[in-house]
Design a protein around this ligand. Structure first.
Ligand code: SAM
Length: 141
């Protein structure tokens, strides 16, 4: 889900070139729960390029929504930079609070933050008509 049609076209092209023909790139606001109505509960949820562009409160809220996006046993892959204040330890704590177990986490010295968490809790219904987060900039690093 990508807001910028040019970025979405590049992503679709890259997926096609990689032979990932079942990947569908959608143009739209990824923050809106209604975008996922026909996709939940999902076995794989990618929250990549998001946590570095929203407030800590929105990161925590979005992790709360992950338990409604994920099927039981489903996996979330997320990214976040490691610049101070390093939010990664708190992100892991917030996933644990929501019933996710950590499967993999990049090392602090890796130069990036990437985590893989598996949902072991009971899924909640995804609340329709809701904004999960607000980008604080246009996503430019
Ligand atoms: C930091 S970049 C991340 C790009 C890519 N996902 C990655 O991880 O390399 C942020 C991207 O989010 C897009 N974006 C910003 N607000 C968005 C929103 N509300 N819904 C979907 N995409 C959004 C921007 O157009 C930009 O392409």
């Amino acid at each position: 889900m990508e807001l910028d049609p040019r970025n979405a076209a590049l992503a679709a092209q890259a997926a096609d070139t990689a032979g990932l023909h079942s990947v569908e790139v959608r143009v739209g606001d990824a923050a809106l729960t209604d975008q996922y109505a026909d996709l939940v509960p999902a076995d794989l949820v990618l929250i990549c390029g998001v946590f570095g562009n929203i407030s800590g409160a929105d990161v925590r809220a979005t992790i709360g929504y992950a338990s409604a996006l994920c099927a039981p046993g489903g996996t979330v892959v997320w990214t976040r930079h490691r610049r101070p204040p390093d939010l990664v330890p708190r992100i892991c704590h917030w996933f644990a609070e929501q019933g996710f177990e950590q499967r993999w986490l990049s090392e602090p010295g890796d130069g990036f933050g990437l985590g893989v968490h598996r949902f072991t809790g009971h899924p909640r219904p995804l609340r329709p008509g809701t904004r999960m987060f607000t980008f604080v900039d246009n996503g430019t690093p």
